[in-house]
Design a protein around this ligand. Structure first.
Ligand code: ATP
Length: 534
């Protein structure tokens, strides 16, 4: 084989090797990123399940924007700015150890000196800046929360904000946090790169100084040149690797707030009592609905919201026989919706209990209990989807029963509107929170949703308040048709809305806790008497 051919083969082999190395690099990078993103997906889901499994009361304490940020932004930040750099650091550390080991074989003292010097230098600067890094991390945590919270508040409440011409104050609140983000984020790369900026002149100056000292001592410079060459080569190979490792640790340090946010959520959810039992593993079973024959019995029920000293309900006793209706009236703020939330198993009573026949309502059976309840709240929550999806709420699209939809919509007096007045009938999109519907239409869709699953117990919390007199009369007629067939609890401000109910409970606002509440003349008795009247 002549020289030219040998050269050609060698060249081709070298190019092939380079291509292979590039391919491995690309594959390695893809696998690493894929692994990290799969981990992020797993973490997001797990975190979301944990959050959703928390008791309803917890959601009254925390803004949903902050929870959304945890699931979306903090997990992304944790994986991209902590987890991936940690993975990289392992690889980087291996390279550094290999370089030092190679150098050790060539020149042990120089290897030890370089390793020791660099370690001391980087550790020193890392420690020196630790306070600043913590501060930046803390400020970024607050600013991140603030931007999410205020953006959500501004865009979620756009109607009243426009009407009250309050755009600027709301944008101003957002701007404060956004400004903090802009102020503290640029420090992240600065802290990461400070040692690099310093070490280059330091290292070069050190080499020059070594040469000058040798020259001053009259040593032969050419004798130390090989050593200096080894030092320069070590520095040339080692420095970028050490610098990258340092940069990654610094990035981790300034993003620790994301880890805090994710970790805190797991800590809260880890506490057994903080989880909705039955979904404590983060999965939500769908047990068959609870069957009951006789009555819902409320025994000495008391409830006080967490963090408040004043009970909203105290010593309440009540029997709601199956297939009867109970009307609840009372002045605003007296606890009607709270009582309903207790009956729905959303709050845990502070005292007393609720029995379904003889079974106390509790963590073990509340999902089964809710399976048989149709509930129409004061504010109907509509998803940005079709009318069909909103009525069948939570039923997968393919499993939606068209007959059940029509039956429920008919009873809620909304069938004609859906089928004759909307552009594409059941497939019409309602817009974010149902903005394309009137208040009355939203309420009737809410009622249809409650009736879709043919509940055993129908709870209407001011369900007809947004309807005009004629429509309310129509809806009430439909509801009255259910009298005697299912159990109903009807909350209303207007007494005439509940006049056809079998029993009526008049609730009153409780006074201060120190005053003995509900003696024989208070709401309990009114309730008992009104129930026993029927
Ligand atoms: N999450 C909460 N934390 C603390 N207190 C609360 C909470 N929710 C409601 N309250 C208080 O509990 C009391 C009862 O509220 P609830 O909503 O049950 O009244 P309501 O009778 O349904 O009123 P309305 O007729 O106006 O709907 C009120 O004084 C209210 O301020």
């Amino acid at each position: 084989m002549d020289d030219a051919r040998l050269l050609l083969y060698a060249g081709l082999f070298a190019v092939l090797m380079l291509l292979l190395a590039t391919l491995f690099n690309i594959l390695g990078e893809y696998s690493r990123n894929r692994y990290a993103q799969q981990f992020a997906h797993w973490l997001r889901l797990r975190l979301l399940r944990r959050i959703v499994a928390r008791p309803y009361g917890d959601f009254l304490q925390q803004h949903s924007g902050v929870l959304v940020k945890k699931v979306v932004d903090d997990v992304r930040s944790f994986v991209n700015d902590i987890f991936l750099p940690l993975l990289d650091s392992m690889a980087r550390l291996t390279i550094i150890l290999l370089l030092v080991a190679t150098l050790f074989l060539v020149h042990p003292w120089i290897a030890l000196g370089a390793a020791g010097g660099l370690t001391l230098y980087y550790l020193g600067i890392f420690r020196l800046l630790s306070g600043r890094r913590r501060l930046v991390s803390e400020q970024l945590k607050i600013a991140n929360r603030g931007t999410y919270l205020h953006a959500q508040q501004l865009l979620g409440g756009i109607k009243p904000i426009k009407v009250h011409r309050a755009e600027e104050p709301f944008i101003g609140k957002f701007a404060i946090h956004s400004g903090q983000l802009a102020k503290y984020t640029p420090w992240q790369p600065i802290y990461a790169n400070v040692p690099r900026h310093l070490i280059e002149p330091l290292a070069f100056g050190g080499l020059v100084l070594a040469v000058l000292i040798c020259a001053a001592r009259g040593q032969n410079i050419s004798a130390i040149l090989p050593n200096l060459g080894v030092i320069a080569l070590a520095g040339y190979r080692l420095l970028p690797a050490v610098q990258l490792l340092y940069g990654q640790f610094t990035q981790i340090g300034t993003t620790l707030h994301a880890l805090d946010e994710v970790y805190d959520e797991f800590l809260v959810a880890e506490k057994d009592e903080a989880l909705d039992r039955g979904s404590s593993d983060g999965f939500f079973p769908q047990p068959p609905r609870l069957t009951w024959e006789r009555a819902i019995i409320v025994e000495n029920l008391g409830f006080c919201y967490p963090g408040t000293a004043r009970p909203v309900i105290q010593n309440l006793n009540l029997v709601i026989p199956k297939n009867t209706s109970l009307g609840i009236v009372g002045q605003t703020g007296c606890g009607k919706s709270t009582l309903v939330d207790l009956l729905l198993g959303l709050h845990v009573p502070s005292s007393g209990r609720i029995l379904i026949d003889d079974t106390p309502l509790g963590p073990g059976n509340r999902r089964a209990w809710r399976g048989g309840i149709g509930y129409v709240p004061q504010d109907i929550f509509l998803i940005d989807d079709t009318i069909a999806a909103n009525v069948a709420f939570g039923v997968p699209e393919k499993e939606i029963d068209a007959n059940a939809l029509r039956r429920a919509a008919g009873a809620a007096q909304i069938l004609d509107f859906i089928e004759k007045e909307t552009p594409v009938g059941w497939q019409t999109l309602v817009g974010e929170r149902g903005v394309r519907l009137s208040g009355g239409q939203r309420q009737r869709i809410g009622l249809a949703r409650a009736l879709y699953h043919q509940p055993d117990l129908l709870i209407l919390d001011e369900a007809t308040s947004a309807l005009d007199n004629a429509t309310e009369a129509e809806v009430m007629r439909a509801i009255d048709n259910l009298q005697g067939k299912i159990t109903m609890i009807v909350i209303a401000h207007r007494t005439r809305t509940v006049e056809k109910c079998d029993a009526r409970l008049e609730m009153r606002t409780l006074r201060r806790q120190s005053v003995p509440l509900l003696p024989s003349t208070s709401a309990n008795r009114i309730l008992r008497s009104s129930v026993s009247q029927t």
